[in-house]
Design a protein around this ligand. Structure first.
Ligand code: SF4
Ligand code: SF4
Length: 295
């Protein structure tokens, strides 16, 4: 067996051992993507699944955190890829900078993942995998070897939604479930209609009709994913101890906390990301309280 085949097998085995739901290679990784390029790019999907424990009852003043944000799955993926890089370096050589990790990054992770064969684009605009439906995150790592695995990235988003064939294209469950009509049904999303877009701190003001259907959310709208036919069966997520958050926090307490206290509360969690910030957390908390008349 050639060194390259050995490397391919070993990389795949290690990716499985590391708990990644799926690992595929995109090659070559053009310098246009990150300014440096690489012979190949390993793409992984990490499942967070739908088996998280839900609270028995939800207090009136609760501000809810969606299951995908109750652990820092992004950091978990990075940690697992760092470990994988260490093992590949030890066995096949290479230097640290040969193994650059991307997660929630500026490279087009979703089209690259689809081009590499992790899954296909759904009408909900998300990657749908066979193993975890759309309940997974994507991360990537450059590899210093030219491995097999190539597909033009520009074709990745112009497919015919192979995993959506069982749904009525005019009114699929994901579109029907969206309370704001944000999904166009062609794999794209009107961001300015999407609750998740606002919850992530992308705009200062939330339009009144979006605010009306905000519900008790502090962070995370999952209605379109909850309705997707691929996410109905039990899907196991990886276990992670990173950035643990409860299913809800007291929205009134969040409103009374200083910037520093909010930052400390969410440090290292999925809500501790720099673009969220105390102002967005407070804004989201006050939207969650809207129906109570508290503010
Ligand atoms: S995240 Fe929520 S608001 Fe956004 S498209 Fe999905 S269901 Fe609609
Ligand atoms: S609900 Fe149907 S159309 Fe929508 S993403 Fe899932 S499979 Fe595709």
């Amino acid at each position: 067996m050639s060194n390259l085949e050995d490397y391919e097998m070993y990389t795949g085995d290690l990716a499985g051992d590391a708990g990644f739901t799926r690992a595929r290679v995109y090659a070559p990784f053009d310098p246009a993507f990150d300014g440096r390029g690489s012979p190949s790019l390993l793409l992984i999907a990490l499942s967070y699944g739908n088996q998280q424990e839900e609270p028995w009852s939800i207090p009136e003043y609760a501000a809810l955190i969606a299951p995908f944000a109750r652990r820092n799955y992004y950091r978990e993926a990075v940690k697992r890829l760092q470990e994988l890089a260490k093992q590949l370096r030890a066995r096949f050589g290479g230097i640290r900078s040969d193994f650059r990790i991307f997660c929630n990054s500026r490279i087009p992770e979703r089209p690259l993942a689809i081009a590499a064969g992790l899954g296909s684009l759904g009408r909900n605009g998300l990657l749908i995998t066979d193993e975890a439906g759309s309940l997974c995150i994507i991360a990537a790592m450059t590899l210093p070897y030219a491995l097999k695995g190539d597909a033009p990235v520009d074709k990745a988003l112009t497919n015919d939604f192979p995993r959506c064939a069982a749904c009525d294209p005019k009114r699929p469950p994901c579109m029907a479930a969206c309370p704001t009509g944000a999904l166009r049904g062609d794999g794209t999303l009107d961001r300015l209609r999407c609750i998740q877009w606002y919850a992530s701190g992308n705009e200062e003001t939330v339009p009144p009709d979006v605010a009306r259907v905000w519900g008790q959310r502090l962070y995370g709208c999952t209605l379109c994913q909850d309705a997707c036919i691929h996410n109905q069966r039990p899907i196991q997520g990886v276990s992670s101890k990173l950035g643990v958050l409860p299913a809800y926090l007291d929205a009134r307490e969040l409103l009374s906390m200083s910037d520093e206290a909010i930052k400390a509360c969410f440090k290292g969690t999925a809500l501790g990301l720099s673009w969220l910030g105390p102002k967005t957390i407070r804004r989201n908390a006050s939207l969650a309280l809207r129906r109570t008349g508290f503010c």
